[in-house]
Design a protein around this ligand. Structure first.
Ligand SMILES: Cc1cc2nc3c(=O)[nH]c(=O)nc-3n(C[C@H](O)[C@H](O)[C@H](O)COP(=O)(O)O)c2cc1C
Length: 263
């Protein structure tokens, strides 16, 4: 599967068939996890956690046998770096037929942090179960997907702009159309899709349209993880170079400049 197919077919999997990962799949995952780079150059250290050994679970997940998480140092942009690298892992797992769900809320965070041996100078933002999707999703998962409209995304005209925030972006070539479509179909916390992109010449400026109430008490922002995921999808399709240089384009209140991809 190419990246577009992976992005379009991936969904959060919350009902697994109970089978542990095969040795072959686990070895492949472990090899991939050794180094998952991101354009911020911030190391994202991922690790597998045995659910039974550590007593790990999530109220929305059924039939999982293990979890994956990652740790980052508490440095600026660690959320975006985490989002970027962890999403690469999510897509790689999907290429092996392994289901995942980004989980940042519905878990006993302290238990996972203990299992992952998170130190004072580190953050462990999210975890994901790993396993093989069950043939039928649980009733609870079905209801959850409906409530959150998980199979829908905002219209491209609400997300992508030209020059400023008033003119919708008309993507003339197929590569760019694909890249934007991959951003559009990215997963995000509560499916809020907070990414906005403004094209100016060869620069694609990424903004975060904040949803109220998302800044965690611990001082990090779940929606910046969503932004890292969007950047992962965009740069996976377009390549380019990440720069942090706010172009000063007037934006609505609550819309924050995150990064620019120059292609
Ligand atoms: C940063 C982040 C945190 C998330 N946290 C949770 C969570 O705590 N519990 C959960 O069930 N889903 C969680 N999700 C999954 C989203 O609800 C899901 O990606 C979104 O509804 C779109 O559905 P899809 O992944 O099936 O395309 C999270 C997703 C992201 C990106």
């Amino acid at each position: 599967m190419d990246m577009m197919e992976l992005v379009k077919t991936r969904r959060s999997v919350r009902t697994f068939d109970g089978r542990p990962l095969t040795d072959e799949d686990e070895n492949r995952l472990r090899a991939y996890m050794r180094d998952i780079p991101n354009p911020y150059g911030i190391p994202v250290r991922s690790l597998l956690l045995d659910a039974r050994e550590h007593g790990l679970s999530s109220p929305v997940i059924v039939g999982e046998s293990c979890y994956v998480t990652a740790k980052v140092d508490k440095v600026p942009h660690s959320e975006e770096a985490f989002g970027y690298s962890f999403e690469k892992l999510v897509l790689y797992a999907w290429s092996l037929g392994i289901g995942t769900t980004w989980i940042g809320g519905t878990m006993k965070r302290s238990l996972f942090e203990q299992a992952a041996e998170v130190q004072d100078g580190e953050w462990m933002f999210c975890v994901s179960p790993l396993g093989y999707p069950a043939e039928k999703m649980s009733a609870r998962e079905g209801l959850m997907r409906k409530a959150i409209k998980a199979d829908e995304r905002k219209d491209a005209r609400q997300l992508f702009y030209e020059g400023g925030f008033s003119v919708p972006l008309a993507a003339e070539d197929e590569m760019l159309r694909d890249a934007l479509e991959m951003v559009r179909w990215a997963p995000s916390a509560t499916n809020s899709q907070p990414w906005r992109v403004v094209r100016a010449g060869n620069d694609f400026h990424f903004y975060l349209a904040h949803t109220k109430g998302y800044t965690d008490k611990a001082g990090w922002d779940m929606q910046k993880i969503d932004m890292g995921i969007a950047l992962c999808h965009f740069m996976g399709a377009m390549g380019g170079k990440l720069v942090l240089s706010d172009p000063g384009i007037p934006s609505a209140e609550g819309t924050e400049y995150i990064a620019t991809v120059t292609v």
